[in-house]
Design a protein around this ligand. Sequence first.
Ligand SMILES: *Cc1c(COP(=O)(O)O)cnc(C)c1O
Length: 385
Amino acid sequence: MTGFETRAVHAGQDPDPVTGAVVPPISLATTFAQEAVGRHRGYEYSRSGNPTRAALEACLAALEGASHGVAFASGLAATDAVLRTLDPGDHVVIPVDAYGGTYRLVSRVHAPQGITWSAADLSDPGTLAGGWPERTRLVWVETPTNPLLSIVDIAATARIAHARGARVVVDNTFATPYLQRPLELGADAVVHSSTKYLGGHSDVVGGFVATSDDELAQRLRFLQNATGAVPSPFDCYLVLRGVKTLAVRMDRHCENARAVVAMLAAHPRVEQVLYPGLADHPGHAVARAQMRDFGGMVSFRVAGGEPAAIALVERTRLFTLAESLGAVESLIEHPARMTHASAAGSALEVDPALVRCSVGIETAGDLVADLRSALDSLDAAGGAA
Ligand SMILES: *Cc1c(COP(=O)(O)O)cnc(C)c1O
């Protein structure tokens, strides 16, 4: 197999056989001419199959080292398709700090349809080994997690789950295949919100599942067509365009995150920095072993609790106050009241002193100065002066 960057630029994207175009055409046709009844060139109707989408699926599957890739209209549509492979009565284990939308989808859409679920702290694989709910068919992993950036040992989790007959699915949105390839570590499938780093420019919503499990792939392909949550050809093109620069963007995201973390760790208004690249992070050793680098997401607890955290996220200028993550521009948010508001009152509730940053690819010194001046503006008692 060729190198990651080569696959990102070329996989699924040979020059167009008709015109030689080096960029796959955005195929807008909804239907495709048939030479005879049932005789066609692989495409019949654009929900069932589309050439631009096929190029995207081939490219992303190659990046994850998977035999199959199935693209969806959003990360949650991809997650939904994976959950639909379960039967009523099956149990799914989700992480205690799962992405808020994943928690909502499991607890409020699939649970009422008969799936059972529990939340576990998967950063300690022993928890899983010790408390295995009956009929567990799926263990849902995020690593690094959102927003606490804790680390889950993918290989250890896969060993425990496989010994008991469950599949492991890793939401690889935060790490991207450039930093971490879960299938190589034993996971059965990888899910992405391509809205984030894969797209990388805050201009497209998309989702993706990669797997080398033929049976699971066939089921997902069926669900993609049967439920119809497919991405548009234009959206597929945008993600394909985004991933060409994934490796270079990720290198810069990681480098800038390191600069931001160094400033935060030394700032008196910051009580704790959560970043797997820090030597004192509990998941540091595992992250070192299973990731190429530590990513662009940084969370921290501000002295002064919720009022200080809210004041801070409203005072940065370069870091834009917004949900989402993983694009070229830096974003800042308050998880307890924004991305994780739906977890309020549950086991997944987030500390209101927590702030989450998606560190972009702007000049590192500008990002550090912006965050520092917003932190400096909080009063000496740690409040929101
Ligand atoms: C955004 C996100 C999702 C959901 O993806 P959408 O494209 O917004 O539907 C799932 N998991 C993680 C980790 C995310 O950040």
